[in-house]
Design a protein. Structure first.
Length: 268
């Protein structure tokens, strides 16, 4: 595990423009608002309030070009001493952005359960994130003096969101509500899932979870993933698999995987 950056050092930079990570896809920049026990809080106009776990911060540099002020009409989110995961739990129902880089996703936070969170993502449905790999999240600032929408505006907005496949503000979305990632995987057994994204992403039918090892089958390939390296999971929709003749290939893959497992047991 990476060494935690000294809080006393970071505290001296509160109220100044900083960049957490000098460069790269995981870099955040903004006004440093608070340094808490397990995270720091930044703010910038584009991303809003940014909460970043301290033990994932490799470096922090001063950003002299940052001239960021929090407007009076913006409602600040909790920047006081509190645990990273507790703040996340208080934001259920809100639109948040999880992480940066290939694993980043923006959507409605549905739940924080044990060691994972559930996020409704437009056009993808529900994604599940391993909390151990959630390095940061951000939430837009809200305007206190924003005029209330008229009934017609609200209806038009909801119709537009429905047409675009977006989640309506008060829409209830079902998700797998269990208390651990291990139980989540057991619930998803024999489902077609995607684990991680970007260059680390793999997909296939989940056929076994044992001894911290996850076994997937994709067509005639058997893939194994270390449970500790799982960053995100989502169940792929049927239409996403249509190009692969999913039903026929999936049934064939499950039978093939079971046969290979039986063959290995005989050899041992």
């Amino acid at each position: 595990m990476e060494d935690k950056m000294s809080n006393s050092f970071l505290t001296t930079m509160v109220g100044k423009g900083v960049r957490a990570y000098k460069s790269g896809p995981e870099a955040w920049h903004g006004l440093l608002l608070a340094v808490n026990s397990d995270h720091i809080v930044l703010y910038n106009e584009k991303d809003g309030y940014i909460y970043q776990r301290s033990n994932h911060i490799k470096n922090v540099v001063a950003d002299d070009k940052a001239n960021i002020q929090i407007a009076n009409e913006l409602t600040p989110h909790d920047t006081n001493e509190s645990k990273f995961e507790d703040i996340l739990s208080n934001l259920i129902g809100e639109e948040v952005k999880i992480n940066r880089g290939p694993e980043s996703r923006k959507g409605r936070l549905l739940g924080v359960n044990g060691d994972y969170l559930a996020l409704y993502v437009e056009k993808e449905g529900v994604s599940y994130f391993n909390l151990d790999h959630v390095k940061s999240f951000s939430i837009k600032a809200k305007e206190d003096d924003k005029e209330k929408e008229s009934e017609n505006d609200r209806v038009n907005k909801e119709n537009t969101e429905k047409d675009n496949g977006k989640m309506k503000e008060n829409q209830v979305v079902s998700f797998i509500d269990v208390n651990s990632l291990n139980r989540l995987f057991k619930y998803l057994k024999y489902s077609y899932i995607m684990i991680n994204r970007g260059p680390e992403g793999v997909e296939g039918i989940l056929v076994d979870v044992k001894d911290n090892l996850i076994t997937l089958v994709f067509q005639d390939q058997v893939l194994r993933v270390n449970r500790n390296h799982v960053k995100s999971i989502r169940e792929k929709m049927n239409q996403e698999n249509s190009n692969d003749n999913s039903n026929q290939n999936n049934n064939h893959s499950i039978l093939s995987a079971k046969k290979k497992q039986q063959d290995r047991k005989r050899k041992n």
